[in-house]
Design a protein around this ligand. Sequence first.
Ligand code: SF4
Length: 233
Amino acid sequence: MVSVMPCTAKKYEIQRNDDMKSSGYQDVDVSITTRELARMIKQAGIDMQSIPEEQPDHILGAYSGAGTIFGATGGVMEAAIRTALKLVTGTTPPRVDFEVTRGLKGVKEGVLEVAGKQVRIAVAHGLGNVEYVINKVREAKQKGLPPPWHFIEVMACPGGCVGGGGQPYGVTDELRIARAKGLYQEDVAGLWRCSHDNPYIQKLYDEYLGKPLSEKSHHLLHTHYTPRPKYQR
Ligand code: SF4
């Protein structure tokens, strides 16, 4: 199993601890970055423009727009909202685009109406912006107030994975915006825009995982985090 990632942190994560080895073995054998893949393609003399288009292999090749937009800041939250709306209301959401989660503003805050309830959200990207969110949560806790948000998304890299540490060098905000735009275009152009509409995800739950948050899915799809010291030179 080889994963191609915008992220250098995945190289560490694949061998992190037994939580990442749900099958009993290391789930991912090798993790390379998009930058490394691009370099390998160039070194091999492959001209991508002249290769005919092909459909990806099943089953993991089938994807929804909700998955595609994970690469942009706010994308994970937008994808989760699409499915949460369906699960909470039981009906297909009237809209699946949520502008409030998009863009490069350091912390994006908003209120969404879900089944008659006001859901407060915050999206932070770039670790400098996370401090603001954490301080607000701490402040509310100290005052005995409810948390300022129900749902918070944090992405370590500015712009999210489109500006990840494994992406081609020299990323600027202009490039982050252009890459995110590409993802949102793919989202609109795809067959499915919500994770729960992906027939392979449905099949996976029907035939193996049971249901979202089942004991099995919790065990296989979630992990735990523990403090670890900063990298020492
Ligand atoms: S935001 Fe950055 S650190 Fe987080 S998964 Fe994406 S590339 Fe990796």
